[in-house]
Design a protein around this ligand. Structure first.
Ligand code: J2J
Length: 537
C-alpha cells in the first residue's frame, strides 16, 4: 500500500497513471537503484572524504547496518528525520539507511541553526534529528538537547564534527538489515528545504518516482558514467549536489564522489588533481573564485575536469566566457529549482549558447508556460513569468495549504517567480525574478524571515530587507531600518543586529551584509514599500 502522508499534495490519478505508462515514472526506489549499482561494482570506490575511502561494498554494508540500528531505535516507514549534516560520508549512509527502512529524510543544510531546525522538526512532526556536535563554531549538541526537551521521544543522533564517533559506531554495530521493500516508488522519499519567499522555509516533498525521473534523465545530459569522479563542494543536501546530476546520478552510474568541505580553490584544486575529478556542480561565486585564482591554479593539474555544471544563480557572461579557455572544462549552465524542474545546456552546444543560455528542460514531460502579467503566453524571445508542471515538479509544498493556493495554479502549474526568455529552439535565458527573494550567490534568502526577526530587536520600528548588487555574489543582503522615536542610532548597528540574529538561531548566510538607518522607506504609488528603489539606492 502506498504511504498516506498527511499534508502531501498528490498528483491527479490520471496524470500519475500517464507518467507511469510512458515510463517517466519507474517502479524503482532511490535505494534500490543504489543497491543495484553496488551489486555491479562492489570493489569500486564510491566515496572519498579526507582520509576515508569507501567502496560500494563498504557503503552498502554500512547503510544496511545503520538501517538496522535506526530500525532498532523505532524509526520506520513514513517517519520524518531531520538530517543536518555537513559534507561527510555519514550523510550518505544515514540518508540511504532511512530510505531502506522507509523513513523520510528532511534535508537541512549544515548552515541552518535553531530557527530553521526547530521549524522543520515541528512542522514535519519529526521522529528524529541527526547532526554533528559542532559546526562552524556552533554547538549543535546543545540544540539537540533543546529539541529533545521540547519534544520528548525525539530520537537524536549526534556525530563528531567529521561525521563519525561513538553514536555512529553504535548504529554500525548492528547486523545488516535484510533487504525488503519497506517503501514504494510512489511514497514521499524526502523533504527538500528551500529558502523560499515567506517567513519560514518551505518543505518540498519528492517521491522516489519524481526524483529518480529527474536524476535518470540528468545522467546522460551531464555526461555521467562509471568513469565519472564528481566533486561535491556545495552543501551535500542541495538539489544541485543531490540530483543535478548529483551523488544520486553518480552512484546510479558506478562513479565516484569526492566530498569537499567547501569549494574554495585551496580546497577544491588539490582534490581535483589527486582524484582526477571529471565533473562538479557549482554556484557562480565559486566559478569566479576559481577563475580569479591564477596563482594557485598554476600549481595544480586540473586537466581531468571535463565539465562544470553551473547553476543556482545567474553566471555573469564575462565569467562564463572564461571558463572553457581558463579552466579547460566544458561550461554547462543550468537553471533548476528544488521544486522540481531542471534545465541544462546540452554539452555540445555552440559557444554563444553555452555562455548566454541556461538550458533546455530535462524531461519531455516538463510543461513550461511563459506568460505576461495578464496571463497570456508570450512569444519566443519575449520575457515572461515561468510556470511549470511535469513528472519531476511537485504539486504543492508540504503542509502549507495557504501558500499552495498562491504558488500553484488550479491546474497544477508551479509559479516559479522567475522571469525568463525562450528562444526558437526552446533554450532558456533567465532574465529576472518577480518573487520577493534574495539570491545570495545561489543561497536563497526570504526577506520576510529576516525582517520578522529584526523587528523584534529593541529600538527597531520598521525594517525592510532587500538584495543589493554584488560583483561576486550577484546579490548581498541589506537591511533598511527605521528606528523608534528617540532611539540612539548608535545602539542599532550591523554588528548588533547580526549578534541578535545569531542569538535567534538564524543561519549566517541570511544575515544582513549591510545596514542603513533611514527616516522612512520609499513608497510606491499604492503606499507599499518600494524594494525596487531600495535596491537601487
Ligand atoms: C538564475 N537564477 C537561477 C540560474 C537557479 C539545479 C540547479 C539549480 C538549482 C537551484 C537546483 C539559476 N540563473 N542559472 O535545484 O537542481 C534561481 C531561480 C530558481 C531558484 C531555485 C537544481 N538557477 N536559479 O538553484 O531551489 O530563481 O534550486 O527559481 O535552490 O534559483 O533555487 P533552488
Amino acid at each position: 500500500e502506498p504511504l498516506l502522508l498527511d499534508g502531501f499534495v498528490p498528483y491527479p490519478t490520471d496524470v500519475a497513471e500517464r507518467y507511469r505508462r510512458v515510463g517517466w515514472w519507474r517502479d524503482e526506489t532511490l535505494h534500490e537503484v543504489f543497491f543495484a549499482s553496488a551489486g555491479r561494482n562492489p570493489g569500486k570506490t564510491a566515496v572519498v572524504h579526507d582520509d576515508e575511502t569507501l567502496t560500494y561494498g563498504d557503503l552498502a554494508d554500512r547503510i544496511l547496518r545503520v538501517a538496522a540500528g535506526l530500525s532498532g531505535l523505532g524509526i520506520g516507514r513514513g517517519d520524518r528525520v531531520v538530517v543536518h549534516l555537513p559534507n561527510v560520508p555519514a550523510f550518505l549512509i544515514v540518508v540511504y539507511a532511512l530510505w531502506e527502512v522507509g523513513a523520510i529524510p528532511i534535508f537541512a543544510p549544515a548552515a541552518h541553526r535553531r530557527t530553521e531546525i526547530t521549524n522543520f522538526v515541528e512542522r514535519a512532526g519529526a521522529r528524529g534529528y541527526v547532526t554533528v556536535a559542532e559546526h562552524d563554531g556552533t554547538d549543535l549538541t546543545a540544540l539537540a538537547a533543546e529539541l529533545v526537551a521540547a519534544h520528548p521521544g525525539l530520537v537524536t543522533i549526534v556525530l563528531d564534527p567529521g561525521g563519525r564517533g561513538p553514536e555512529l559506531d553504535r548504529l554500525l554495530a548492528n547486523a545488516p538489515l535484510t533487504h525488503e521493500r519497506r517503501s514504494l516508488p510512489q511514497d514521499v522519499a524526502l523533504l527538500q528545504t528551500s529558502g523560499g519567499t515567506t517567513g519560514r522555509p518551505k518543505l518540498i516533498p519528492h517521491t522516489h518516482e519524481t526524483y529518480w525521473h529527474s536524476v535518470r534523465l540528468s545522467i546522460p545530459l551531464c555526461g555521467i558514467g562509471p568513469h565519472s569522479v564528481q566533486l561535491i563542494a556545495v552543501p551535500i543536501c542541495h538539489s544541485m549536489a543531490v540530483r543535478s546530476p548529483g551523488w544520486l546520478g553518480v552512484f546510479a552510474s558506478g562513479g565516484t564522489v569526492v566530498l569537499a568541505p567547501n569549494g574554495s580553490p585551496d580546497t577544491a584544486f588539490p582534490l581535483i588533481e589527486k582524484y582526477g575529478v571529471t565533473q562538479a556542480s557549482i554556484v557562480p561565486p565559486l566559478v569566479m573564485a576559481w577563475l580569479n585564482s591564477s596563482s594557485i591554479r598554476g600549481k595544480f593539474d586540473l586537466s581531468s575536469l571535463h565539465s562544470l555544471h553551473v547553476g543556482g544563480a545567474k553566471l555573469p557572461r564575462e565569467a562564463a566566457r572564461r571558463v572553457r579557455p581558463e579552466l579547460g572544462a566544458i561550461l554547462q549552465q543550468g537553471f533548476g529549482m528544488a521544486e522540481g524542474l531542471v534545465n541544462y545546456n546540452r554539452l555540445d552546444v555552440d559557444e554563444e549558447t553555452s555562455v548566454t543560455c541556461q538550458g533546455l528542460p530535462v524531461s519531455p514531460g516538463d510543461e513550461l508556460l511563459v506568460i505576461d502579467d495578464d496571463g497570456d503566453p508570450v512569444g519566443p524571445g519575449e520575457p515572461g513569468h515561468l510556470l511549470t508542471r511535469g513528472p519531476s515538479t511537485i504539486r504543492g509544498y508540504f503542509r502549507a495549504p495557504e501558500l499552495n493556493a498562491s504558488a500553484f495554479t488550479e491546474d497544477g502549474f508551479y509559479r516559479t517567480g522567475d522571469i525568463i526568455r525562450r528562444d526558437e529552439r526552446g533554450y532558456i535565458t533567465v532574465v529576472g525574478r518577480s518573487k520577493d527573494q534574495i539570491n545570495r550567490g545561489g543561497e536563497k534568502v526570504a526577506p520576510e524571515e529576516v525582517e520578522n526577526l529584526i523587528l523584534a530587536y529593541e529600538g527597531v520600528h520598521d525594517v525592510s530587507v532587500v538584495g543589493i548588487e554584488d560583483r561576486v555574489l550577484g546579490e548581498r543582503v541589506k537591511g533598511f531600518v527605521v528606528l523608534r522615536e528617540g532611539v540612539d542610532p548608535s545602539t542599532v548597528t550591523l554588528a548588533r543586529i547580526r549578534a541578535h540574529l545569531r542569538e535567534c538561531g538564524l543561519a549566517a548566510y541570511k544575515m544582513p551584509d549591510a545596514l542603513e538607518i533611514v527616516e522612512e522607506f520609499p513608497r510606491t504609488a499604492y503606499g507599499k514599500i518600494s524594494k525596487l528603489m531600495q535596491r537601487q539606492a
